[in-house]
Design a protein around this ligand. Sequence first.
Ligand SMILES: NC(=O)C1=CN([C@@H]2O[C@H](COP(=O)(O)OP(=O)(O)OC[C@H]3O[C@@H](n4cnc5c(N)ncnc54)[C@H](O)[C@@H]3O)[C@@H](O)[C@H]2O)C=CC1
Ligand SMILES: O=C([O-])CC(=O)C(=O)O
Length: 330
Amino acid sequence: MAKNPMRVAVTGAAGQIGYSLLFRIANGDLLGKDQPVILQLLEIDNEKAQKALKGVMMELEDCAFPLLAGMSAHSDPMTAFKDADVALLVGARPRGPGMERKDLLEANAQIFTVQGKALDAVASRNVKVLVVGNPANTNAYIAMKSAPNLPAKNFTAMLRLDHNRALSQVAIKSGVPVSQIHKMCVWGNHSPTMYADYRFAVTDDGKSLKDLINDEQWNRDTFLPTVGKRGAAIIDARGASSAASAANAAIDHVRDWVLGTNGEWTTMGVPSDGSYGIPEGVIFGFPVTTENGEYKIVQGLAVDEFSQERINNTLKELEEERAGVAHLLK
Ligand SMILES: NC(=O)C1=CN([C@@H]2O[C@H](COP(=O)(O)OP(=O)(O)OC[C@H]3O[C@@H](n4cnc5c(N)ncnc54)[C@H](O)[C@@H]3O)[C@@H](O)[C@H]2O)C=CC1
Ligand SMILES: O=C([O-])CC(=O)C(=O)O
């Protein structure tokens, strides 16, 4: 028997990530090739953005996707998030000329407060929320705090792009294909302070990638800066921030959350439960496994002195961001 459609809300739907994301969702890449979807698309209440969104919807229509059971355009999160099973919060305020980090945090805090409240009011009680818009961890924190009637665990931030970047860099260095590398993870904030960590990574036949690479200087001087500053390198090369790879990571994140990782590790930004000394509620990148629509933080990993320093550093940045928006959450 055909499954009932699931409702997927996407914000910033006429933006560049949206353009790479929506077609894949409609193609069944997000929720499975037997799962019909209804797209509920949110853009700002502006004639140009709404017109662009209409254009994207015309193209979606022209693909005649068998799994696309419906779609609608919105300028109000209260209608866009109605009964949403999945919410991909991509739209955010980009940094403008002369804007300080604090101004950026505040501008986004406004957006994610409103959207968190709307999710709280109208979304499915099981809605799975992924925040992509930057600063992703803090935006997810704001949305979570603005939705007290939804389980906090339903709010996540995207570190999967960092995870995928780390996988590819380790694959290139070691010569082991990405498909044969397991137990990669990235800790912390989606920012250059993140700590990409291949200490636990193993090949299909259980060989340690750290031993195979055996180059601590490469780890510290090449790998970590390459992964940490990859977003800026893409902007420099393309003249625009990563879009297709970001959309791909969003698909990976939600697909794994919904459909499970079969014991494989992945990275998700999730509200801390106190694991590894990260204060409860901070949205932090952790290694996780997923099963039956739930994620579990991988426990019991050894944290050496260098790793602890890195984790402390990315946590400090997240706590500063949190302090910077605290007055807006009262
Ligand atoms: N977490 C991650 O790994 C990554 C995050 N990003 C972030 O994703 C966000 C989106 O990137 P792009 O699609 O390239 O940007 P974009 O500027 O092309 O598109 C953003 C869209 O969001 C819309 N928007 C803005 N505020 C909105 C609101 N309140 N409600 C609904 N829509 C709204 C805009 O009108 C625009 O169409 C940015 O914040 C970017 O920094 C990008 C790459 C990776
Ligand atoms: O750096 C940016 O603005 C986009 C981003 O988050 C990334 O590519 O990781």
